[in-house]
Design a protein around this ligand. Sequence first.
Ligand SMILES: *Cc1c(COP(=O)(O)O)cnc(C)c1O
Length: 368
Amino acid sequence: MKKMILLNPGPATTTDTVKYAQVVPDICPREEDFGGIMLSVSTELTMLVGDPAQYTTVLFGGSGTAAVESILSSVIGEDVVIIINNGAYGKRMCEIAAVYGLHVMEFVSPSDSPVNLSELEAMMKRSSQKITHLAVVHHETTTGLLNDIPSIGELCRRHGIDMIVDAMSSYAALPIDMGPMNISYLAASSNKNVQGMAGISFVIADTSKLESKKERKPRSYYLDLYAQHKHFSETGQMRFTPPVQTFYALKQALVELKEEGVQQRYARYTQSWEALIRGIKRLGLKHLVEEKHHSRIVTSILEPDCDSYSFGDMHDEMYSQGFTIYPGKLNGMNTFRIANIGDITYRDIEAFLALLERYLRRIGYYRG
Ligand SMILES: *Cc1c(COP(=O)(O)O)cnc(C)c1O
């Protein structure tokens, strides 16, 4: 099959074996055989970040936002949730919380530098209302900024706050250990670093914390986290029709993830990222976030300051050559984004850099 190099931050380039894993005989998902697949997938997903004796994975059909929305709408009561907003995905959590009328304290932080932990702690101490939860994005896909989850988790531990982490673009690449990091609820999806197909999102929860929500009146019917968990643990089934073929692809993607190993996968991504950073520097371009705070997964690059530059033209030229690049998502700053996730290597990044050089020469920006 023709290989398209997706440099957008997910869905990522997949292997042919993951693509073809979807071609299976028709099966009713209510059959025990299919329940077994969902159970093994959910256990594998848990084991990447915690002990299945203590944590559980709750599966949903939907894009990643479904998992984030399920946590926010299901586990927070009438008390306050602090939401850290340092990019589009932190902002999205604030928007979700507003839809459900949650009591939010928004902690706004710059999109290109680390969260100020003493200011965050001051917010916790200052509050006259009870703060029960804090929600934060692990890796802000908007910029490539990595939030310091261990330190934020430690603050939460000190103040008796349950931490919710949107780990959509870090899960399966960066090491995550829910216990030591003090993560109570984590959201991720099938189509980023897991390198599966889009369509499955999941919540990994501290089982006893989730079970303590049993009596809570749900705010959402479809995204009710406790109900989804209860139904799956009692019947081995999702409450509603699962994306059947996407599960077969996810099962294969998890086999391939195990073969490669999370650490090795991140080493491969890092090698691609280093090639990218060397390349853009050579071409006179700058990236937004300092290397020290960078995820090495998605890079926000400042657009060339040049009249003849057009993201649309650059995109179309690359797309016709099999490379997909992505626009920026920052207010007030002109950036485009390059992700180095998926089934690609530094060689693909080098091929992209050759196309970028050709484009930048043509518009007269690069004359090296
Ligand atoms: C991709 C992503 C999401 C989910 O986006 P969907 O389009 O709903 O899959 C949420 N948070 C972060 C940080 C992401 O990178």
